[in-house]
Design a protein around this ligand. Structure first.
Ligand SMILES: CCCCC/C=C/C(=O)SCCNC(=O)CCNC(=O)[C@H](O)C(C)(C)COP(=O)(O)OP(=O)(O)OC[C@H]1O[C@@H](n2cnc3c(N)ncnc32)[C@H](O)[C@@H]1OP(=O)(O)O
Length: 430
């Protein structure tokens, strides 16, 4: 009888309880929220409370001044519309979303988190601080755009009484872990767990598959994957290992391998140009998958790290095949076996990244380029991709199957168990 891995004995840390603005939240540039706010019977922040908070912040003179100064920017109007739309939502979007809205609003209007970290027992303020702080140095313009995208997705998924701005074909769905929008011929799938560095939990794996399948059928010409906040993605969510089914750890490992195979298969088979916009550090599976993208644009803040040996694991995402082809077997070994972390410049020199941009102009430059690509004849792009990919498809599926089977075994190993336990008990980070 195999022994249960140590990680099976750990349970995921409890989720932070319903956030609500507490008495001592003070920002040097924003108004102090009231001493207490009404909470629902489930402890959740009320929607009114959420919009009231937003309104208070907006009504503060310094913020208004800031808004006036930037009023000439094209997206400022969208931002203001989005702030109004929040107040029109008919359904409460939930605490997680409200925290995201709060964080994006603060980042868009004040820039990086400038408040002292609240104490550990100050749960609500800590949740807000964490959400804002997780956005790192995300530029104000990007935060504003993300805020607009999030509100747009809420407006459709939560039946807002307001209309989406006419003249665009923007659309969204009610994903929990993603923001998906479609505009200017581009479907953008944004990983949206910034407080967890966009780690991929089981729900996110399923939602990405769903979003890719939808994007393959929609009328956009190209599809983009990117991350919200300061990370592109920290890879597999290590708390995935804590939820053990009745069949025990073997069943857990088997289910993981099935999920991974299906997930990677969606990238192998994706029919349209698929582009990664790597906005920050990338770890694990978010790096390996890049070998299956058609172009990879990276901020110079991004890093590329596949610490599989450190984690007692082995390569996936077809990287055992794509990486040696892309960058030579020796360079692939440095990354996949020895866990060497590459800078964006190094990853570009090795061929994993198509082009690197300064972080300050990254979003602007990349999206300008992508919009131009999206105007090209979509069928021609699709057919050209098909010719390139078809030659490799069978091989890639075979590699994927083999990698998943090897990983299934690794997940039951002591080496993997210890690495996961160490992370979950906060003894180690990458
Ligand atoms: C079923 C399919 C399986 C596919 C196989 C895939 C394999 C892989 O992807 S292997 C790579 C796995 N990833 C990691 O090992 C990364 C682990 N994370 C870290 O080492 C660090 O969090 C960091 C270096 C990514 C960032 O460090 P730092 O800037 O100090 O930020 P925090 O550690 O405080 O992170 C904030 C928050 O996010 C949580 N978190 C981040 N990454 C993950 C993750 N991969 N899994 C689970 N949780 C993650 C972190 O725990 C913090 O949470 P709170 O403590 O609740 O604030």
């Amino acid at each position: 009888m195999p022994q249960a891995p140590a990680w099976a004995l750990l349970s995921a840390p409890p989720r932070t309880q319903a956030p609500a603005p507490p008495p001592n939240l003070r920002s040097p540039r924003a108004p102090a929220p009231p001493l207490s706010r009404p909470r629902g019977s489930d402890g959740a922040l009320g929607l009114e409370t959420c919009t009231a908070l937003v309104s208070e912040v907006i009504s503060f003179p310094v913020v208004q001044l800031h808004l006036n100064r930037t009023a000439m920017r094209a997206s400022q109007k969208d931002f203001e519309n989005a702030m109004s739309q929040v107040k029109l939502l008919k359904k409460d979007p939930g605490n997680e979303v409200k925290l995201k809205l709060y964080a994006l609003y603060k980042q868009a209007t004040e820039g990086p988190c400038n408040m002292p970290k609240p104490g550990v027992f100050d749960l609500i303020n800590k949740a807000k601080w964490d959400a804002w702080n997780a956005l790192g140095s995300l530029p104000k313009e990007t935060a504003r755009q993300n805020y607009v995208d999030l509100v747009s997705s809420l407006s459709s998924s939560l039946e807002s009484s307001s209309q989406v701005e006419p003249g665009t074909d923007r659309k969204s769905t009610g994903y929990e872990t993603l923001m998906v929008t479609s505009e200017d011929g581009i479907t953008k799938i944004m990983l949206n767990r910034p407080t967890k560095k966009n780690a991929l939990n089981v729900e996110m794996y399923h939602e990405i598959m769903h979003a890719l399948k939808a994007a393959s059928k929609d009328d956009s010409a190209i599809t983009v994957l990117t991350g919200n906040g300061d990370y592109y993605s920290s890879g597999n969510d290590l708390t995935n290992f804590t939820d053990i089914p009745p069949g025990g750890v073997e069943e857990k490992a088997k289910n993981g391998a099935i999920l991974l195979r299906e997930f990677v298969g969606c990238f192998i088979d994706f029919p349209k140009p698929l582009i990664a916009v790597v906005n920050g550090p990338a770890v694990g599976i978010s790096v390996t998958l890049l070998g299956l993208f058609d172009a990879v644009y990276a901020s110079d803040r991004a890093t590329f790290h596949t610490p599989f040996s450190h984690l007692g694991q082995s390569p996936e995402g077809c990287s055992s095949y794509t990486f040696p082809k892309i960058m030579s077997p020796a360079k692939a070994t440095e990354m996949l076996v020895f866990g060497k972390k590459l800078t964006a410049g190094e990853a570009c020199a090795q061929g994993l990244v198509t082009e690197v941009f300064p972080d300050s102009t990254f979003q602007k430059e990349v999206w300008t380029r992508l919009k131009a690509f999206a105007k090209l004849p979509p069928n021609a792009m699709r057919i050209s991709k098909e010719i390139i990919r078809n030659r490799e498809k069978e091989k890639l599926h075979a590699v994927n199957a083999e990698e998943c089977s090897v990983l299934q075994g690794r997940w039951l190993s002591d080496e993997c168990m210890n690495a996961v336990v160490n992370f979950l008990s906060r003894k180690s980070k990458l």
